[in-house]
Design a binder for this molecule. Structure first.
Ligand code: AMP
Ligand code: ZN
Length: 112
């Protein structure tokens, strides 16, 4: 079982800030921003490269959850990042969206 599936199944600890039937949001243990959350589907999907047609709504739901959590946490703005594949910087092969926020000046952190 992968580490994020263990978090979904409450077999590994995480600082969970949002949960619904399809998704989970928790704090990144090694944050790259003042606020660094990970949004994951409860279903194990390896990466964006592993999504199937039946996952389209689920992936859209993850973006909706990003918006909901950002509003819940009163974030004024944020970045969403998805690493895809080892060459794309992905280290954990359970699909996740990084939600980064909380800088005084977001321009300092521009990557694209
Ligand atoms: P990625 O490089 O896109 O696969 O990102 C994986 C992210 O998961 C990294 O930023 C890690 O800091 C984070 N991470 C790894 N293990 C855990 C964990 N047990 N709880 C929270 N975040 C984690
Ligand atoms: Zn998994």
């Amino acid at each position: 079982m992968c580490i994020f599936c263990e978090i979904v199944n409450k077999k590994a600890p995480a600082s969970i800030i949002y949960e619904d039937d399809l998704s989970l949001v928790f704090k990144n243990i090694r944050p790259s921003a003042p606020i660094h959350l990970l949004i994951i589907p409860k279903k194990h999907i390896g990466s964006i490269d592993h999504i199937n047609p039946e996952d389209e709504l689920l992936v859209g739901h993850l973006l909706y959850v990003a918006k909901k959590v950002a509003s819940q946490e009163n974030l004024l703005g944020y970045k969403l990042v998805v690493n895809v594949g080892k060459e794309g910087g992905q280290e954990i092969f359970h699909l996740h969206i990084h939600l980064l926020s909380g800088w005084n000046n977001a321009r300092d952190k521009d990557i694209i």
